[in-house]
Structure formats: structure tokens, C-alpha cells
Write a protein that binds this ligand. Structure first.
Ligand code: NAG
Ligand code: NAG
Length: 302
């Protein structure tokens, strides 16, 4: 009897030890309910990492951090942008920050392979055309200059930021909330830098379109509000004073609600925006096959 209980204890110990070795320890600190919400932002982090890496270096994660792609397909159409030295420096910093974000999320949840991303100039041109309500000629090219790239970048971290604000309220575990708060901090910082650089040039007319920088941001924000379908959660760089901080200023270097608190968006709103379709069920734009992870996939045809 003594022998058999010794055997049982040893077996149990062995199984437990094996489980501890097999399950990456850090996964255990995240409650099950949080996993999908923590994985969802990988969709945006992959986009940001790739767009910023290609723009500043001309190569993407396949070269810089292949393991973090988990074998997902190489993005379509990313290219080195013609950037002035300050913009290139800043965008390269953002790119490397996004590599860190991918690693941070993937060290807490398993995540999923990089979804297919279409980063071709034509994809951005389509978004800008629908924002300004006409076909620009020549088509808007995000890779054409530092200013073009910053206007295109205006599209990116802000959506992630509102998603993190939205996700935080739904997370159960302290480690999950700590991670999301940390990601939110840096995404907001990126958005603020992009906005500040554009704000300095708010009244500059973007050649050859006869549209000012501020007008581009206003139109993009209006488009995102329309696609998101949940009211005003997005504001350009120059607004009617009633929409500025404390309802009394038209400069709007940072976006926020009437109390200047950041807006929150749900994953569904984010998908409607980044697909450019206004529907979480109709992929397109930058995500020709849709996002990945349980939340995005739950809306796609099986
Ligand atoms: C990347 O993956 C390869 C193959 O699985 C592995 O040998 C390598 O150690 C990994 N590198 C990093 C930095 O994790
Ligand atoms: C990428 O997007 C552009 C613009 O929508 C489209 O013309 C092009 O066919 C897409 N490329 C691929 C390979 O899907």
C-alpha cells in the first residue's frame, strides 16, 4: 500500500511538473475571459509594426523580428517612404516600439499569426478618397513624403488607443489591465507625436490637392466616426470651438470627450473602421481577409 501511494504521488508530481513546464508560466496570470480581448489588439499592432517598419526601413517583421509573425503571410505593398530625417527617425522609433508591443502581448497570451495586410499605396488612397469624398488625382500616396506618411499615420495609433480604452474596462485580471494600460500609454504618445507634428503644419496646403493638413485630419476623423457607427469619438486638428477642450478652443492637438477624457471603442467599431466597410462582417481595405483571433473571426464567414 505504501508503495502504491508513493507511486501515485510521484506520478502526480510528474504530471504537474510536466504541465508547469509545458504551459508557459506567464499565460497562467491572465484569466480566461481576458484572452480574446488581449489578443484582439494584435491585429492593429501587426499593422502598425509593418507600416512603420516598411515606411522607415523598407523591410518588415520578416526581416526585423520574424518569430513575432508566427508565420503569417508577408504584407502586400509595403515600401520605403521618402521621409525627411526627423520623420524617419520618429517613425523608426514607433516601428521598434511596435515590435516590443507584439512581444509584450505574445508573452502573455498565445496570440495568432500575422493576418494578411494590404499596405499598398492604393489601399491608403482609397481611404483618403472616401474621407475627402472624391477621387484625388494623383492618388494619395502615403510613401511620397514625410507629410504624406504622417497623414497616413494619423489613421493608425489613434484607433488602437480607443480600442485599449474600451478593452481596459472589460478586463478582469490586474496583469491584463497593467499590460493594456502600458500599451495605451505608448499608443497615446505615438498619436500625440503624430498630431503635434501635423499640428505645426495644420494650415499647410498639401500639394497638389489644395487641401490643408487640418482638413485631411478632419475628414479622416469624420469618416471614422461614420464607419464606427457609434457617434463622435474622433476629432481632427482644428474643430469648431464648441468641440474643443472646455468648449472654448478650436486648436485640437489631442482628441477627447467633453471632459478631455479619451474616447473608447469596441472591437466591433474598430473592425468597421479598419475594414473601411462600416461592418465587422465585411473585411477589406488593409485587411483583405479580415482580422484574426476569436473576436474578429467570429464575424467572418466560417
Ligand atoms: C525564433 O524561432 C526559431 C525557430 O523556432 C528559434 O530557434 C529562435 O531561437 C527564435 N528566436 C527568438 C529570438 O526567439
Ligand atoms: C491591395 O489593395 C489595392 C487597393 O484596394 C488593390 O488594388 C490591390 O489589388 C490589393 N492587392 C492585393 C494583392 O490584394
Amino acid at each position: 500500500m505504501a508503495k502504491s501511494s508513493y507511486f501515485t504521488t510521484t506520478t502526480t508530481t510528474t504530471i504537474v511538473t510536466l504541465l508547469v513546464i509545458l504551459l508557459p508560466k506567464s499565460y497562467c496570470s491572465v484569466p480566461k475571459e481576458d484572452i480574446d480581448l488581449l489578443e484582439f489588439p494584435l491585429n492593429l499592432e501587426y499593422l502598425e509594426a509593418e507600416f512603420f517598419l516598411y515606411g522607415s526601413l523598407g523591410v518588415g517583421l520578416d526581416i526585423v523580428a520574424p518569430n513575432l509573425t508566427k508565420g503569417g503571410p508577408t504584407p502586400i505593398g509595403g515600401q520605403l517612404a521618402i521621409l525627411d530625417s526627423v520623420t524617419r527617425d520618429v517613425i523608426l522609433q514607433f516601428a521598434l516600439q511596435e515590435v516590443g508591443h507584439l512581444r509584450a502581448i505574445q508573452s502573455v497570451v498565445e496570440g495568432f499569426p500575422r493576418p494578411l495586410l494590404n499596405l499598398s499605396a492604393a489601399t491608403f488612397a482609397q481611404v483618403i478618397d472616401s474621407a475627402v469624398g472624391k477621387k484625388l488625382n494623383p492618388p494619395f500616396d502615403p510613401y511620397a513624403s514625410g507629410l504624406h506618411f504622417l497623414i497616413a499615420s494619423y489613421l493608425v495609433p489613434y484607433v488602437g488607443l480607443t480600442g485599449y480604452v474600451g478593452a481596459n474596462a472589460k478586463l478582469q485580471g490586474p496583469d491584463s489591465r497593467r499590460l493594456v494600460a502600458g500599451l495605451l500609454g505608448v499608443e497615446s504618445g505615438q498619436d500625440a507625436v503624430i498630431r503635434a507634428l501635423l499640428y505645426e503644419r495644420a494650415l499647410e496646403v498639401v500639394h497638389p490637392y489644395g487641401i490643408t493638413v487640418a482638413e485631411f485630419t478632419n475628414r479622416i476623423s469624420i469618416l471614422r466616426n461614420k464607419l464606427g457607427g457609434e457617434g463622435v469619438k474622433d476629432e481632427g486638428l482644428l474643430v469648431p470651438p464648441a468641440d474643443g477642450a472646455e468648449g472654448r478652443i478650436s486648436g485640437n492637438v489631442l482628441a477627447g470627450d467633453p471632459n478631455s477624457v479619451a474616447y473608447a471603442r469596441t472591437p466591433e467599431e474598430i473592425l468597421r473602421i479598419v475594414y473601411g466597410s462600416g461592418s465587422e462582417k465585411i473585411p477589406g481595405g488593409i485587411y483583405p481577409k479580415g482580422g484574426s483571433g476569436n473576436i474578429a473571426k467570429s464575424y467572418l464567414p466560417k
